[in-house]
Ligand binder design. Sequence first.
Ligand code: GRF
Length: 215
Amino acid sequence: MARLRTAVLVSGRGSNMAALMEACADPAFPAEIVGVISNNRDAAALQTATDAGIPALHVEHRGRSREDFETELHDRLQDLEAGFLCNAGFMRILTAGFVDRWLDRHLNIHPSLLPAYKGLHVHERAIADGVRFSGCTVHFVRAEMDAGPIVVQAAVPVHGGDTADSLAARVLQAEHRIYPLALRWAGEGRLRVEGQRVVVDGAEDETAALLNPLR
Ligand code: GRF
């Protein structure tokens, strides 16, 4: 079966992108990374992708309208013949027009158990609230930020002595496990969006989409 031609949108470090690349390095994996696009010329992710031999492109967002930026982004994605998108630390809000063109072919990862802690500074806020668990979420992208049907989540404990950095590091490890899993399911054609919910076809039971951690 043809592998899902996936482009990754990044703005910074790119550790989730690297986790996706590592999964896709296996020829048996049902998706491949055909390109990486950053709105930030200095993103470390661009160098990582280049070093791996993956086309890495910069699309500038400054000094132009959102629509203009997205038109170029869309053109580059067409050039790459991408059929699927993964946001991995991509720090731009996309318009409804762009989101609609990639509807249900576009994932994002967020470092909280959505719908809790949308937006920025999630770990500081979780610690300040004294929650005992945090985690991460892979979801389909919708025009509303950090909303959209949830594909998979992983929970991690919040310890008494945690700082935002120590919690972020624990959550990031879980991110690197669930994002490749979500992309694998997408590549296998197993994700069905029903309203606000995602059904994982062929999952033996529902715990497959609830890592806590199961593997
Ligand atoms: C991750 O925590 C991701 O969940 C959030 O931004 C961070 C990006 O990290 N959206 P990296 O660039 O993937 O290392």
